[in-house]
Write a protein that binds this ligand. Structure first.
Ligand SMILES: *[C@@H]1O[C@H](CO)[C@@H](O)[C@H](O)[C@H]1NC(C)=O
Ligand SMILES: *[C@@H]1O[C@H](CO)[C@@H](O)[C@H](O)[C@H]1NC(C)=O
Ligand SMILES: *[C@@H]1O[C@H](CO)[C@@H](O)[C@H](O)[C@H]1NC(C)=O
Ligand SMILES: *[C@@H]1O[C@H](CO)[C@@H](O)[C@H](O)[C@H]1NC(C)=O
Ligand SMILES: *[C@@H]1O[C@H](CO)[C@@H](O)[C@H](O)[C@H]1NC(C)=O
Ligand SMILES: *[C@@H]1O[C@H](CO)[C@@H](O)[C@H](O)[C@H]1NC(C)=O
Ligand SMILES: *[C@@H]1O[C@H](CO)[C@@H](O)[C@H](O)[C@H]1NC(C)=O
Ligand SMILES: *[C@@H]1O[C@H](CO)[C@@H](O)[C@H](O)[C@H]1NC(C)=O
Ligand SMILES: *[C@@H]1O[C@H](CO)[C@@H](O)[C@H](O)[C@H]1NC(C)=O
Ligand SMILES: *[C@@H]1O[C@H](CO)[C@@H](O)[C@H](O)[C@H]1NC(C)=O
Ligand SMILES: CC(=O)N[C@H]1CO[C@H](CO)[C@@H](O)[C@@H]1O
Length: 583
């Protein structure tokens, strides 16, 4: 029967994953040192990390080199594709779906849905960014509403960006002033506006969460956000701000932040010398993970008072540093007004900023319509093998199956298809389609083998699709980024989501789709503990957060009692995330 025929499409996009901070990190607790994930157990759920102190060890970069670029990977189906090949679909193209679980996907084309409850503004040229007006056909309506205050902040920001964004008169004038005074002035230059130039770090997932964090920082500090996008990000994202651009112009003299004063050097000066009058006009703020584990004190009021005076900040993070704003007293009131619901910040910021550009949208919608639209339920499996050279695929496969079967995300198989059984089964018209994203094609293949030509105990029909398998994560590669973005977005359209611990790729998918995922833990270090567990918020984890208190510089001891609404992450206990503690 047609519905039992399973197909595995491995031709299209690609997967990989995003956590490039993926060196082996060692947590040392007092005198004993143990692998990061061994320290995680059932009893250590939210806020359960009571360790008194811990530090990050130097990562072992030579082992599990996820940064290695291999040339034996072929990218198929993308050859010859360029922007002009993309056929623009009519803006009324609705996914063909008979889904029972996603009523939103019925035609519901009113302005309120389209603008995501006021998060987005109307007035864009729809043809230049089709996804902006169509995405609500694909995602379920969100129960998380943006606050009126957030909406008014966004509208004011857009106005500021129109006034001072790249290529405006104010921007050109300011950039000249900054360029001419950036070396060693005693006083920052007086500019019309202040700016952040966002710099990319790590893989695409990390870049997305760090752009969202930088944008919130811009909102909090009345800065204009400008992004440094290289060729690797062509065709990925639409312009987010009406009638303006956020792209650093190609002719800008600020592509190179090399000779810019670093925030770290200013902090060090501050610490040794209180009467510091050295204020550059541009500063490079590095919030990336570093093996030396320098404290940036970025979460401290007094450093924010210093940064406020600098017209241009280069900001490089590769992380979701939003939780640090909640540690900074001067930002608190504003944040509380913007986000009365603390656990949907990235959900809102992500849906506001990241609209697939037409090229990406074409790939997303055509894959969806070809393979996923007819499902009653879509199950997204994001399988990142953090350590592919030491983790046997069979171990990962068993873990995925145990997770999916135990939690009834997927049904067990009954055996070879028995027509007399299946024809009497009411459920045989229920279709669950599984979207597998992984660098490795084994997973999609094995699931296909498992379900193909077999009936399931529930009678449901399972089909498995894996768009791609790239084998290695790549950095700075346009096709790879495009495929990664397409897969993150497709995962966000799942009704049930399973993601891998630590993965920023999964963080993006869950937040865009408003889908609390099941997290697969490290199978090697976690053999007798949970195989997977339900995540508790849509917020990403801030993997390498501040370590010290601002006032006395002592190591932050008990996060839960020190900071309202901040707890250690389930999937990366060293990291911090925002939680709703009033529930
Ligand atoms: C950790 O705490 C113990 C006592 O609680 C202390 O002796 C030790 O020096 C601390 N280590 C670090 C690195 O702060
Ligand atoms: C790094 O990992 C490799 C391979 O697992 C191992 O041989 C080496 O001893 C490790 N180095 C350190 C400093 O842990
Ligand atoms: C949706 O259901 C209707 C009848 O219920 C059927 O005619 C149509 O072919 C279905 N469409 C798809 C895409 O399954
Ligand atoms: C700033 O420093 C760079 C390199 O040190 C130098 O090339 C440039 O001329 C200086 N600019 C000004 C305005 O002094
Ligand atoms: C955006 O640009 C369009 C076309 O130039 C113009 O009609 C519209 O008023 C502008 N909107 C805003 C808010 O500036
Ligand atoms: C870059 O190009 C724009 C538009 O062509 C121009 O207005 C601007 O002055 C140029 N900036 C620099 C630094 O050359
Ligand atoms: C503080 O800075 C001034 C000027 O840069 C310098 O002369 C002085 O030695 C510094 N003091 C200390 C304690 O570093
Ligand atoms: C199919 O199922 C029926 C009813 O359970 C059973 O009698 C029959 O033996 C089965 N056939 C096969 C080939 O398993
Ligand atoms: C399923 O059935 C089809 C057609 O009978 C066959 O070509 C295919 O190899 C079978 N797959 C498996 C995994 O048994
Ligand atoms: C039909 O599928 C659902 C899960 O989707 C399951 O709970 C139910 O038991 C199934 N019905 C039968 C008759 O197997
Ligand atoms: C990687 C993996 O799990 N491979 C398994 C796929 O399924 C076949 C048989 O179904 C096993 O033999 C493989 O070990």
């Amino acid at each position: 029967m047609e519905e039992y025929s399973m197909r595995l499409k491995i031709s299209f996009i690609v997967s990989f994953i995003a956590l490039p901070i993926v060196f082996m990190v060692t947590l040392m607790y007092q005198n004993s040192s143990f692998g990061l994930f061994e320290g995680f157990s059932k009893g250590m759920a939210i806020g359960g990390m009571n360790q008194k102190n811990f530090t990050i060890g130097v990562p072992n970069v030579t082992a599990n080199n996820e940064f290695g670029l291999r040339s034996d990977v072929t990218l198929d189906n993308f050859e010859g594709r360029n922007k002009n090949d993309v056929k623009i679909k009519s803006s009324k193209s609705i996914p063909l779906t008979n889904s029972t679980s996603t009523p939103s996907k019925e035609i519901n084309d009113n302005e309120k849905d389209k603008l995501l409850d006021g998060l987005l503004v109307s007035g864009f040229d729809e043809a230049s960014c089709i996804s902006r007006s169509q995405s609500h056909f694909y995602h379920k309506p969100s129960p998380h509403k943006p606050s009126p205050y957030l909406i008014s902040k966004l509208r004011k920001y857009e106005e500021l960006h129109r006034k001072c964004g790249p290529n405006t008169r104010a921007y050109n004038k300011d950039m000249k002033i900054i360029a001419n005074s950036k070396n060693n002035s005693k006083k920052s230059a007086a500019t019309t506006c202040k700016y952040i130039i966002w710099l990319p770090a790590n893989g695409l997932g990390n870049q997305i969460i760090s752009m969202a964090s930088s944008f919130l920082y811009a909102l909090l500090t009345d800065r204009v956000l400008v992004v440094q996008f290289g060729k690797d990000k062509e065709g990925l994202f639409c312009e987010p701000f009406l009638n303006s651009t956020w792209l650093l112009p190609e002719n800008s003299s600020f592509w190179d932040a090399q000779n810019v004063v670093t925030y770290q050097s200013i902090i060090e000066m501050e610490m040794t010398n209180t009467s510091n009058e050295y204020l550059p006009s541009a500063m490079y703020v590095d919030l990336k993970y570093s093996p030396t584990n320098d404290e940036r004190f970025f979460h401290c009021d007094h450093n924010q008072f210093l940064l406020i005076k600098i017209p241009l900040l280069f900001l490089e993070a590769g992380q979701y540093f939003v939780p640090s704003f909640f540690m900074t007293p001067i930002f608190k009131d504003e944040l509380n007004k913007m986000f009365p619901e603390i656990t949907s910040i990235f959900h809102h910021l992500g849906r506001y900023l990241f609209h697939p550009a037409n090229e990406a949208w074409e790939l997303i919608t055509s894959f969806y319509q070809q393979h996923l639209a007819k499902a009653n339920e879509r199950v997204g499996l994001q399988i990142r093998v953090v350590n592919p050279y030491s983790t046997p695929h069979q171990v990962v496969m068993n873990q995925i199956l145990n997770c999916a079967l135990e939690n009834k995300l997927l049904p067990k198989v009954r055996g070879t298809k028995n027509m007399s059984v299946s024809s009497s089964d009411k459920n045989k018209t229920i279709k669950k389609f599984v979207l597998v994203t992984s660098l490795f094609q084994q997973y999609g293949k094995n699931l296909t083998n498992m379900y193909q030509n077999k009936s399931t105990v529930t009678g449901e029909v399972i089909e498995v699709y894996q768009p791609s398998s790239e084998k290695e994560q790549k950095f700075g590669d346009n096709k790879h980024n495009l495929k990664a973005w397409v897969e993150m977005y497709l995962l966000s359209l799942s009704d049930v989501l399973v993601t891998t611990y630590q993965s920023t790729f999964g963080y993006v998918a869950k937040a865009l789709g408003n889908s609390i995922p099941w997290i697969l833990y490290n199978p090697v270090h976690n053999t007798n503990k949970e195989i997977c567990e339900r995540e508790f918020t849509l917020e990403p984890c801030y993997h390498y957060p501040p370590l010290h208190y601002c006032d006395d510089g002592k190591v932050i001891q008990d996060v839960a009692s020190s900071f309202h609404n901040i707890r250690h992450c389930k999937d990366f206990p060293f990291g911090l995330k925002l939680v709703n503690t009033s529930v």
